[in-house]
Design a protein around this ligand. Structure first.
Ligand SMILES: NC(=[NH2+])NCCC[C@H](N)C(=O)O
Length: 412
């Protein structure tokens, strides 16, 4: 019998079989008003309710026969071997922004005091407040200089957006160089999971991109539209040069993908990733935020047939609907305009991730309850909705697609 690949994602809509989540943890209670901006939050979620909402999200998957795995569990299972755990801690501390060797040593001691790796992982994700690691009397100038800053290690509150630090593409994975310092540390968990976790270690998964690479790319910008076509946003978070590198590796590997559509979207916080303005909900149906349609330019990148050039790149001149019809070989594509035609509703619902739907099967999507205008439009277009509560999770500026990373989808 053929072994199921550990990663298998050839569409945005194929029946979801296995998904990776992070249940929000104490990192959320380490967001402070002063740090909010840098940590990419617009408000401080109420953790208990955020967790209830997240559990409701996970329940939707389980009720629909989707296996749910948690980042924190996989990470803990990946570092069971002592030598791997030591390497992991070393890398984590090196990247944690701690200034001063004495502090680094104190933090390492603190981490080593956790016997259970799962508790250790939670602690690493949550961040370390200064008072947790008691450093008696300042011992160095750096201790004195950093004295007003409350953390030895910053929290990582964006971890529940598992979509972004890595992405499943075909039978491989991209591990990302994130744009912001606060999110760059997240990808270390992915590195250890995909290299050392028993489910992935010897599974032959491919690596299309690595966290040490020079250019930035984030998972919210990568949409696998079909086994031939991938859409990638050139956005606030993703560089065109990263798309070149990714394309060249993917094409060289001989995967079925033939075209990458690079969507040049406005570089702004509200539209940080392509999936905040555009998602796929059914074979020929997409959501779109009406305000990006005007400024949108799409480039198609194909493997070159000519000698001496790697790609054939074209600036597409047709409107988006036609571009999608052509490349996905569809007769008629429907674009559902989130929030409808009214600017106020469209703006508000996009801000709260109305366009950020997650398909769990063709024509079946998970959505936030608060985006009722968009949700109504989706239903009018025959889409089946799984509605989740959304008061607290949405304060991090991400929706159902951002909060999930599919590992396996049934092929269409
Ligand atoms: N795929 C997404 N749209 N993710 C949204 C991530 C939100 C997160 N606060 C950030 O700014 O990075």
């Amino acid at each position: 019998m053929l072994k199921t690949p550990a990663i298998d994602v050839y569409s945005e809509i194929g029946k979801l079989k296995k998904v990776l989540l992070r249940r929000p943890g104490s990192e959320i209670e380490n967001i402070t008003p002063d740090l909010m901006d840098r940590l990419l939050f617009d408000d401080i979620p109420y953790l208990e309710v955020a967790r209830q909402e997240h559990d409701a999200f996970a329940e939707i998957f389980r009720r629909n026969d989707v296996e749910v795995v948690y980042l924190e569990d996989l990470a803990a299972q990946s570092i069971q071997a002592e030598e791997i755990r030591a390497l992991f801690l070393e890398e984590f501390i090196a990247e944690s922004g701690i200034r001063g060797d004495m502090k680094k040593a104190a933090v390492l001691d603190y981490f080593q005091s956790f016997e259970d790796t799962r508790t250790l992982i939670d602690k690493m994700m949550a961040g370390i407040r200064k008072e947790e690691v008691f450093i008696a009397n300042p011992k160095s100038l750096s201790d004195i200089m950093d004295s007003d800053y409350p953390f030895l290690i910053d929290p990582m509150p964006n971890l529940y957006f598992t979509r972004d630090p890595f992405a499943s593409v075909g039978t491989g994975v991209t591990i990302h160089h994130m744009r912001t310092v606060t999110r760059q540390r997240e990808t270390l968990f992915g590195k250890y999971i995909f290299k050392y976790h028993p489910d992935f270690r010897d599974s032959g998964i491919k690596f299309w991109y690595d966290r040490d690479e020079q250019y930035c790319i984030e998972g919210g910008d990568i949409l696998v539209l079909s086994d031939k076509v991938i859409a990638i946003g050139i956005s606030e978070r993703t560089d065109a040069a990263a798309i070149d590198l990714f394309a060249s590796r993917l094409f060289a590997d001989g995967q079925s993908f033939e075209v990458i559509l690079a969507f040049d979207i406005p570089k702004s916080r509200a539209y940080m990733h392509l999936d905040t303005v555009f998602t796929m909900v059914d074979h020929a149906t997409f959501t779109i935020h009406p305000e990006i349609e005007g400024p949108l330019t799409v480039y198609s990148i194909k493997k070159s047939t000519k000698k001496g050039t790697e790609f054939d790149i074209e600036k597409e001149t047709m409107e988006l609907k036609r571009i999608l019809e052509r490349y996905l070989e569809l007769e008629e594509v429907t674009l559902i305009r989130c929030g409808g035609k009214r600017g106020i509703d469209a703006g508000r619902e996009q801000w709260n991730d109305g366009s950020n739907t997650l398909a769990i099967a063709p024509g079946e999507v998970v959505v936030y309850a608060r985006n009722h205008i968009t949700n109504h439009l989706l239903e009018e277009n025959g889409i089946r909705l799984h509605v989740m509560p959304s008061s607290e999770l949405s304060r991090g500026r991400g929706g159902p697609r951002c909060m999930s990373m599919p590992l396996i989808r049934e092929r269409l």
